[in-house]
Design a protein around this ligand. Sequence first.
Ligand SMILES: Nc1ncnc2c1ncn2[C@@H]1O[C@H](COP(=O)(O)OP(=O)(O)OP(=O)(O)O)[C@@H](O)[C@H]1O
Length: 287
Amino acid sequence: MKSAVVVKNLSKSYKDFTLGDISLSIPQGSIFGLVGENGAGKSTFINAILGIINSSYDTLQYFGKDFEQNQKEIKEEIAVIFDQTHFDLEFTPKLVSGFMKYVYKTWDNGKFENYLLNFNLPKDKKLKEFSRGMKMKFEFAVALSHDTKLLILDEATSGLDPIFRDEILDILRDYSEDEEHTVIMSSHITSDLDKIADYVAFINHGKLVFIRDYDEIQENFGIVTCGLNTLQALSPEDVVAYRKDDYSYKVLINNKHEIRKVFKDLVIENASLEDLMLYAVKGEKLV
Ligand SMILES: Nc1ncnc2c1ncn2[C@@H]1O[C@H](COP(=O)(O)OP(=O)(O)OP(=O)(O)O)[C@@H](O)[C@H]1O
């Protein structure tokens, strides 16, 4: 499988925070989610891989090419959307459409006009008169109107209403469908990632806690509610972590088919991304 991005041993330290030794490889054609609490280091990671902030690393490659040596070419192939617009708020969409062809070789004005129409964005209104959601829609219109291989979204969907978020999820699905285009998406809204992510990386306090293949989560992980006897009868290898409720235990398991064969009466619910994060941080290990 080809990688869109390869990062080895990336670190960044601020006075009170360290993003430590992150290594990961993002498969081309995938939607790769980045989750973590406020202040976990998601934006620091994104800014570091984009060279917006200085960081140290052994390897940083995009599409098999070294980032430092090919920065200009690589940046042509990436679109980034942050949680706010980066355009001057005095600009109108019409003005932006006039100069983007000088910024990106592959800028497609027809596509841009179509997105403005579909997203209900006025062409002649200044960005300062746009609502937060409209500004984000505008950013999506710009990002999607030139030919890119990688779309990086840093909390870009957080300011959007559920209906437009859903529309964007469809657009991202279409974008990555051909196995060529990759999306990296950090979001607090884990249910959005539950809907579209192929892989998810969980960062906590600057450390990479896990990377999981989403199919593997759905296939193998589950939540069991049981008593102490059942908890103790489970094999520690099958138990990721457990949490005690008032009268029972909730157990995150990673081998639901095998467990179902042995414990025929157990009810096993699907595990969401939020469950995986919660149990990784707050769960206890079975030893
Ligand atoms: N320029 C800076 N100088 C000092 N510390 C910084 C700077 N930028 C970020 N930090 C610190 O780095 C830590 C990680 O911040 P970061 O913005 O990467 O988190 P995040 O996971 O993106 O959070 P959120 O979900 O709230 O956006 C925080 O403790 C933050 O205070």
